[in-house]
Design a protein around this ligand. Sequence first.
Ligand code: AKG
Length: 241
Amino acid sequence: MQLSNEDIWYCKQNGFHIVPDKLPTDLIKRLCKITDKLLNSMEEPIIWERKGCRSPENIRRLSKILSRDSVFLEAATHPLILDALEGILGPNIELLTNKHNHLMVRPPKSYAVPWHSGEKTYNPVLFTALIYLEDSTIENGCIRIVPGSHQRPVDNVRSSSRSCFSSNQFYFKALPVPMPRGGILLFDDRLYHGADINHSQSSRRSMTIAYRTHDAHNVIKDDPEKILVRGERIYTGHPSP
Ligand SMILES: O=C(O)CCC(=O)C(=O)O
């Protein structure tokens, strides 16, 4: 669904947008099935929860998911996501394969994702999508974001330590964002965000994908790390000054 002018205004002010509809159940089932297979095969690249323990239960994150199975690109380019992003990033959108491009597994007791902002405040054209394969709740460590922090005038802290998640200054300014299975959260990657320990008995899986407005002034258009997912790679500079 296209964003209304009011939706776009809220997103610009607060730095996030929750897509009201969910991805189709069939697509989520296929994502879960391939994820189970990938976890069991333990194919690298993987980020482990605890060092020195190679088991499917100890997988924190599967990296480089877009090259693992086409179903991940199918989800990442679903019209529900791209229609919403078009209101925020404009008509020409690229998906980055060298940023995010991972699936957070967040097994039971998974440690917190420290408070951080992914982009510098001067980079306003990168949005992150979290696509949920399972319900994300307060108990299982849903993402917390600091609304409006993408507009901060200072950029002195971009990442905090893993410990003391709930005593950090950002915890008191943040909004927990529980999301349903199939839900899509879009946020400006300059926002401060983090996710608490998973205190539940099961995993909390979500895909993380980065999108960017195509840079109309880049003369070289075929960047192998970017996939054009909507619009065109236009050039609006002056090739012969
Ligand atoms: O939802 C989470 O666990 C944190 C998401 C996040 O910051 C990431 O995937 O980079």
